[in-house]
Design a protein around this ligand. Sequence first.
Ligand SMILES: [Ca+2]
Ligand SMILES: [Ca+2]
Ligand SMILES: [Ca+2]
Length: 277
Amino acid sequence: MISIHKSAGVLAALLLAPSAWAALLTFESTGPDAAAITPTRDAFRSTVGGGSIAAANGSFGGLRREINWDGVPDGRTDPNLLPADFFNVNSPRGVVFSTPGSGFLVSTNGGAANPTLFGFPGDFQAFSAQKLFTAVNSNITDVTFFVPGTTLAATTSAFGAVFVDVESAGLSRMEFFDDSDALIYARDVLVAGNQGLSFLGAVATGGEKISRVRLTSGLNTIVANGLLGNPNDDVVVMDDFLYAEPSRAVPEPSALALAGLGLVCGLIGRRQRRPAG
Ligand SMILES: [Ca+2]
Ligand SMILES: [Ca+2]
Ligand SMILES: [Ca+2]
């Protein structure tokens, strides 16, 4: 099942003047294997800048980034926690994670052709072989954006992710917040069935700036390898993250107009002196 369409964020419409944001273009699909969602992933890639082979730090032509977790070294994979800032420090890609839980885990391949991902042999498969990602002791992962390798706050214009083993409707979702922390997009992840894969991505088409992405992955939690937070609810983990290149949050044009010409020139000068990310 594949669909691409415009989706207004209904909740945000209740909170914001409709003119504050227009619409975001949704890319979503689900199915039993990687082939089922790859066309949608590819359409999302094309819309956000294209490319299929990553350069250093998951960069595609300076237009977008990806994280597939597969290159995370053994010392930072299950049972060891992944540092929240790994993808802005160790491999600078402009994202830092946070969670109400106790950290993050990347699964290990353990040298096996078909590793038992997170210790659950019948639940997960990789979209990109072999590693997956999850929060620990929580179903919430927040993603915030930085100019890659710096502490300068940034925003993105698009984000997408692969979800693994979504079996219950309404429990897994993706939400975007702007730099005022206002909700500008929310959508549930499509159900894939046991061990299936789901892709959900959205692209801002009206200049919306995404400052934070909240990923809710099921209702269960992974406490440790092979150990769930409760025996009953849907456990969901994630694979590839894809997003437009984070760029520095800058004042609105109207604010710039109020500033002196000298200040504007100063900003441009500083921007030009910063090395390319
Ligand atoms: Ca399952
Ligand atoms: Ca992977
Ligand atoms: Ca599940």
